[in-house]
Design a protein around this ligand. Structure first.
Ligand code: ARG
Length: 460
């Protein structure tokens, strides 16, 4: 610090660090976001040092006073983040020196930036995971609301984007409750590793000072101290867990977005987006484009990219700390910001579209969608093996196609001609509602099942 251009540790390194490298490698613009966590962890650290008689009471108080002052300056935007300070940890220690003088130097006793940065990041990620989970709760609530209003809304279920079997639109939407609940669970699972306190691992081997890791663990809201100092400063598994969980959530959002884009298209018209979530065209006056959904569909690429960046950083990286790891924060913040924005946009979309029930039913009436119901009926009533019923039904569908008829247009006479053993009550299987309601197997689309599941989700 004696010379302007020199950092705190710059006693043995005689020359100045290349200005260009200093600028490029400085992480302060990214990790300044951790200032609150850094100050909190530093306060607890010096409290512990004092309790353990490693630093005296006066010094502890002086440091805490300085740290609180720094927090105030940052919050009030009266703090200058200088890239020359390299990262948030050095920046704060340097400022502390300016405020309280030499005693600031006691703050870094029995710790290293290697454990310091991890404690900051883990606290930040724990809070951020909670925020994501809360926002996903809103998504789930929004979907349940849509489902409640659409229990009896009939639509075609698709496989290969071809009409497959009739389903309730509510059942369809509730599929996403399952997905987002799993996303929540994955984020919750991360609390396990996030609850292990890295502070006290030092640079890599622990410390010779008589520190109390249980004290800092408790005070900072962790559950236990990490078990191996080398692993602790090298480990970014918890970052990968977060990136993977986020990627899956973003992927689910992109699937929903894509479906809504298709359904909102002029070819399908199954839903209509409200004006608040569409965008116009600069040349085509009639256009209302689903840009918000396209944004959601595209954004998953960001999560995947970040996940792969982090996996690549860690591949073959020896233990313990290396500069390579510094990028973890940029990656985590970027993934978090994008995912949070995406969930919020999705929540907006879910409140701003209408369901075109008649078009849904219209479409469900196309494509011989009750053919499986007919095959099942033949199994149940004529005791045929399923494969025989399947082939018989295929023949009946072919007949319909040739004669430009729907299955429900067939007279009993025609059906009898195609299958002499068929009974008159067969006609009920062509009814869409009847088909849906017959799917009573657990997790199926029957109206009663849907009502039960809605109740279950609401109580979850
Ligand atoms: N800014 C650094 C990072 O995030 C903090 C740890 C630096 N440690 C070191 N030995 N250079 O990775």
């Amino acid at each position: 610090m004696k010379k302007k251009n020199k950092s705190i540790w710059n006693t043995r390194i005689k020359g100045n660090t290349s200005n260009f490298f200093q600028k490029v490698s400085s992480s302060i613009d990214v990790d300044k976001r951790l200032f609150k966590e850094d100050i909190l962890a530093s306060i607890v650290h010096v409290e512990m040092l004092n309790r353990q008689k490693i630093i005296n009471f006066k010094v502890k108080n002086k440091i805490i006073w300085g740290l609180k002052k720094i927090q105030n300056l940052i919050v009030k935007k009266k703090y200058i983040f200088d890239y020359k300070d390299e990262d948030i940890h050095m920046s704060i220690e340097k400022k502390l020196y300016e405020l309280i003088g030499e005693d600031a130097g006691y703050i870094h006793t029995a710790r290293s930036r290697n454990d310091q940065v991890l404690v900051d990041l883990k606290i930040w990620m724990t809070n951020s995971n909670h925020k994501l989970i809360k926002t996903l709760d809103q998504t789930i609530k929004n979907i349940i609301k849509i489902a409640e209003k659409n229990i009896y809304t009939i639509m075609p279920g698709f496989t290969h984007l071809k009409n497959a079997q009739p389903i309730s639109f509510a059942h369809y939407m509730l599929a996403y409750v399952e997905m987002f609940s799993r996303d929540k669970k994955r984020l919750e699972n991360n609390f396990q590793s996030l609850s292990q306190n890295p502070l006290g691992s030092g640079a890599l081997s622990g410390t010779s000072f008589n520190i109390d890791r249980n004290f800092t663990t408790k005070k900072l809201g962790f559950k236990s101290p990490t078990g191996n100092s080398i692993d602790t400063v090298s480990d970014r598994d918890f970052v990968l867990d977060f990136l993977y969980a986020s990627s899956l959530c973003a992927m689910h959002i992109s699937r929903l977005a894509e479906e809504f884009i298709i359904w909102n298209s002029d070819a399908f018209k199954l839903i209509a987006l409200n004006d608040s979530i569409v965008t116009g065209s600069s040349i085509m006056p009639q256009k209302k484009n689903p840009d918000s959904l396209e944004h959601l569909r595209g954004k998953v690429s960001n999560s995947y990219g970040n996940l792969f960046s982090m996996m690549t950083i860690l591949k073959g990286l020896p233990l313990s700390y290396f500069k390579d790891l510094q990028d973890d924060k940029k990656i985590v913040f970027d993934t978090f910001d994008n995912l949070m924005n995406s969930i919020k946009i999705l929540n907006d979309v879910l409140k701003n579209f209408s369901v075109n029930k008649s078009e849904m039913t219209n479409l469900a009436n196309k494509g011989f969608i009750t053919a499986t119901d007919l095959a099942d009926h033949l199994v149940k009533n004529l005791n045929y093996p399923f494969r025989k019923s399947y082939q018989l039904t295929a023949r009946i569908v072919n007949y319909c196609e040739k004669n430009k008829k729907k299955l429900s247009d067939l007279s009993y006479k025609e059906l009898k001609m195609l299958e002499p053993n068929i009974k008159e009550d067969v006609s009920k299987v062509f009814d869409l509602k009847n088909s849906i309601n017959s799917k009573k197997s657990y997790g199926g689309t029957s109206f009663e099942n849907i009502k039960k599941m809605i109740k279950k989700y609401k109580n979850a």
